[in-house]
Design a protein around this ligand. Sequence first.
Ligand SMILES: [Zn+2]
Length: 318
Amino acid sequence: MVTLDVQMENTACPLGCPPADETILLGRDRLHNLPGIFTVVKCRTCGLMRTNPRPTAETIGYYYPYNYGPHVGTRVPHQSVECNSIPFWKRFLKKIFQFNTQRLMLLPPGRMLEIGCASGSFLHQMACNGWEVEGVEPSEDAANAARSLGYLVHTSRIEDIPDTHRLYDLVVGWMVLEHVHNPLSVLKKLHRWVKPGGWLAISVPNAASFEFNLFKDAWYALHLPAHLFHYTPRTLERVLVQAGWRVEKLFQQRVLTNLIASSGYRLQDKDPQSRLGKFLVDLPANGVMVNVLLYPFAYLLSLFGQTGRMTVWAKRME
Ligand SMILES: [Zn+2]
């Protein structure tokens, strides 16, 4: 029993495999220190890892408190609302550190949907590049922030939106697919929503990286219990292919955010009052310069598929 508000459910592998799992680790909510111990299991047939049992879709909101980081971090400051108001150096850093998302801007502008658009910073970037943008965001506060920029945002879970007849050229979802209760049905739905030959671009943590094996339950990107699935390049491709997508590109993100913050968690395990531990856990959110300094190391690890986040571009197959 976690709390009276949270209901847990047992689930099978969403790819329809026979019920046989291996337990990988036990962990807790380190981001907000909310109660509960959670288990990550691995399907013995396809290798897909998932949090099981898990909070139900109706009650998991308990683990997304009002100050949930991604909602706050994607707010567009007033002074940056004008498209050409972003200083050159910021645009330059974005080009380097978000090169895989920045490349989307090289596609000819069309109609884009962002699932889990949070407070709308990426919608804004793409709109400034000539795209007609639309978002889906279950958090009312975050959706309102994105709407205040002038964009159409549905306050809903993607699962609850009925099929639309206007198709998109591109659907993106940054760090979303690990949060949804049924990734296969979501990916099938997005497949119906994209034009033939259209793109899907998503990013997720990479549980095949050495970080995951090194830190296990203290891996920053494990984020229990909000992360319901823990993908590797192989299992992510499996889910995409089963939903009708063809993987065209896989990029390793050139950041070491997880490595730094996970070290902080381990220090806090030894001493909950550890100042260095807290400093390291908070650093990725506050320290742009850290990413700059560690970039060469991150670049090197990315060549070996060993950074903790990955981005996949997939195309709609007929
Ligand atoms: Zn499976």
